[in-house]
Design a protein around this ligand. Structure first.
Ligand SMILES: NC(=O)c1ccc[n+]([C@@H]2O[C@H](COP(=O)([O-])OP(=O)(O)OC[C@H]3O[C@@H](n4cnc5c(N)ncnc54)[C@H](OP(=O)(O)O)[C@@H]3O)[C@@H](O)[C@H]2O)c1
Length: 236
């Protein structure tokens, strides 16, 4: 029987690493993002999650796949996200809406169509952040959206009681990806300072979060859990 992993944002970073590990584990893997996944063998469904119409089209195409393939299990990984530099005092509504569209509404649009088609033994995994539970300066809309993902995961867990689908919020720490580099730049001194903020003095690697994602799918006992993947952050 086919096992399907649907990973949003598998064109780079954590999503690409997760797609590769699912593929190596024998899953049929679908990437949902604007660019293709760099891993050969992953099926691309290119689309823009910042556009509600595109999300509806992607959800319909994915529904068709699930109906045709009748998978024995599905792992739906909500990984794609947008992070802007903004603040509470100066964030335009349009800008906040754009972040919420990608980080929250798109998840809802995919869940609404796909959850009813996912068999018992499936999972829905949200890739949150350390910023799902705490805030830092200058990332207002991202912090708001990542906190909302925590509520969404918990509410989804409650609404799926008895269905046999488990859920979790996986919260990476500073992970060496495009998103981090775009946010903090490429200055090695800054990277060093950020690396020093955890117990191992280095950035998390995307492959480490990928292993956590695949593990979370195969262990329903963690249903409703928040899983931290941050090498042990220094608390201030
Ligand atoms: N890196 C970190 O330090 C860190 C820390 C905590 C949490 N996270 C979380 O980890 C997840 C993965 O991020 P990453 O670090 O791996 O970043 P990344 O390498 O920049 O990947 C982000 C992914 O999101 C996709 N995406 C963004 N906007 C999209 C849109 N409008 N439509 C479709 N796809 C879109 C991108 O695909 P396209 O550009 O091809 O569309 C890309 O594949 C995110 O949820 C992020 O919040 C990361």
């Amino acid at each position: 029987m086919t096992r399907i992993a649907i990973v949003t944002g598998a064109s780079s970073g954590i999503g690409a690493a997760a797609a590769e590990l699912f593929l190596d584990s024998g899953f049929y893997v679908i990437n949902v993002s604007r660019r293709p996944c760099p891993v050969p063998g992953v099926v691309d469904m290119c689309g823009d999650l910042s556009n509600a119409g595109s999300v509806a089209e992607l959800a319909a195409t994915l529904s068709g796949h699930l109906t045709d393939k009748k998978p024995s299990e599905v792992c739906l990984v909500h990984n794609a996200a947008l992070m802007l530099k903004d603040t509470a005092a100066a964030t335009e509504d349009d800008s906040l809406s754009r972040v919420l569209q990608i980080n929250i509404q798109a998840i809802n649009g995919l869940n609404r169509e796909l959850l009813p088609l996912m068999p018992s033994g499936s999972s829905v995994l949200f890739i949150g952040s350390t910023l799902s539970e705490k805030a830092v300066k200058g990332a207002f809309s991202y912090v708001v959206s990542k906190h909302a993902q925590l509520g969404m995961m918990r509410a989804t867990c409650q609404d799926l009681m008895g269905v046999g689908i488990h859920t979790a919020l996986i919260c990476p720490g500073f992970t060496d990806t495009e998103m981090l580099r775009n946010h903090i730049g490429h200055d090695e001194q800054v990277i060093g300072a950020i690396s020093a903020m955890n117990s191992f003095g280095r950035l998390v690697q995307p492959e480490e979060i990928a292993r956590l994602i695949v593990w979370a799918h195969t262990n329903p006992v963690i249903n409703g859990a928040v899983l931290h993947g941050n090498l042990g952050q220094v608390e201030h």
